[in-house]
Write a protein of this length. Structure first.
Length: 133
């Protein structure tokens, strides 16, 4: 599953529109409570929710949640999510040096929340990533 996360992360990192806003703040896990005061935003978090694997065929079908966070406004978190959507929805996932390849698509449209623990706005959408390799 970690390889799927890295394929998605690389796809986002290599997008100049996303990079100009979140820089390299694209993570594959949420923060611990003690990290929260030092977290720089906006940022994107890729979180695996569940999935299936067929080891004989070297394939995976994974549900992924994409979060976009902002301390400035809900509008900024939505804008960051929209950029991630354009970079991830219905595209091939591949990167030099990673044998696994795949594609992903959005399955649940995003909704916005205010995260009390992190004191910021967030938008979360759900995707399906299908990979082989």
């Amino acid at each position: 599953i970690a390889v799927v996360d890295q394929l998605i992360r690389m796809q986002l990192l290599l997008d100049p529109n996303i990079n100009s806003i979140v820089e390299d703040r694209i993570y594959t896990d949420h923060f611990m409570d003690y990290d929260i005061p030092t977290v720089k935003m906006p940022l994107i978090i890729i979180e695996n929710r569940s999935g299936r694997a067929n080891y004989a065929m070297c394939s995976q079908n994974v549900e992924i949640q994409i979060y976009a966070y902002s301390r400035i406004s809900s509008s900024q978190s939505k804008s960051v999510y929209d950029l991630a959507y354009k970079s991830l929805n219905c595209v091939r996932l591949s990167h030099t040096g990673i044998d696994m390849k795949g594609y992903m698509y959005e399955t649940e449209r995003p909704f916005g929340i205010f995260n009390d623990a992190m004191k910021c706005w967030a938008v979360r959408g759900v995707y399906r990533a299908v990979t082989a390799g």
